[in-house]
Design a protein around this ligand. Sequence first.
Ligand SMILES: [Zn+2]
Length: 260
Amino acid sequence: MGKKNQSKYCYMCGAPATSKEHVSPACLFPEKKDIKTSIFRNNLITVPSCELHNSKKSKDDEFLMACMSGIVGGNIIGFFHAHTKVRRAMERSGKDFVNVFMRDYRPAIIKSGQGKEFPVLVGRAHFDRLHSCFQHIAHGLYFHKFGKQFEGECRILLDFLTYENEKMETYKMLCRKRIELEPKKPKKEGLNPEIFRYEFMDPDEQGIIALIMTFYEGAKVFVAFQGKDCKPYFNLAGMLIESGVKMVINFPDGSHFEFN
Ligand SMILES: [Zn+2]
């Protein structure tokens, strides 16, 4: 695949490309009419795409925009974006602003570190759709970085959500800690870091490549690319965790993560 003329084939499936896809989607970036000094839309990354894998056509762009811009932990640009462009888009389509990205929601109050109170909405995310959006962005970034389509298994953990599945939530915390303790910090990339930033880590001993994506300086997504050429390896800890055996993983800084 890597030997093909890159610009002719879809970043996701390798079919002949018919258009270009923005990574991440252009609509996450504020427009000039909303932020007067906006230079946020310059130099966005694009990759070749087929009809099927162009997120604009599936309306996933709009969905992702609604989910990510108003998220707790995001910066003021995301917040502003949620109250301008995102709200307009929702009003135009006649959709309930909140229902697009959450169900079973209720109002709540959170406290900042300084004791300030903020009203928020708490609910369940449309997880599968969100997951699919990040799969596409991750594949797009891989294509952009390495000049070829990723083939293998791409696993995703959403750091900004709380998983109802306890095991997944522990995996997430474990992942967060591993990245925090990583001795070789990866190079930060992305020309508009206030909106979207990403960091690829060097392959580990099995050849797995980790990617961290950050939206609006707060919401993080962890990605693990296990290419089909990765060395097959026997992950004893992983197997024991999956089979329900009690397992504690300790870190040098004294923190530990308990499974089952
Ligand atoms: Zn495709």
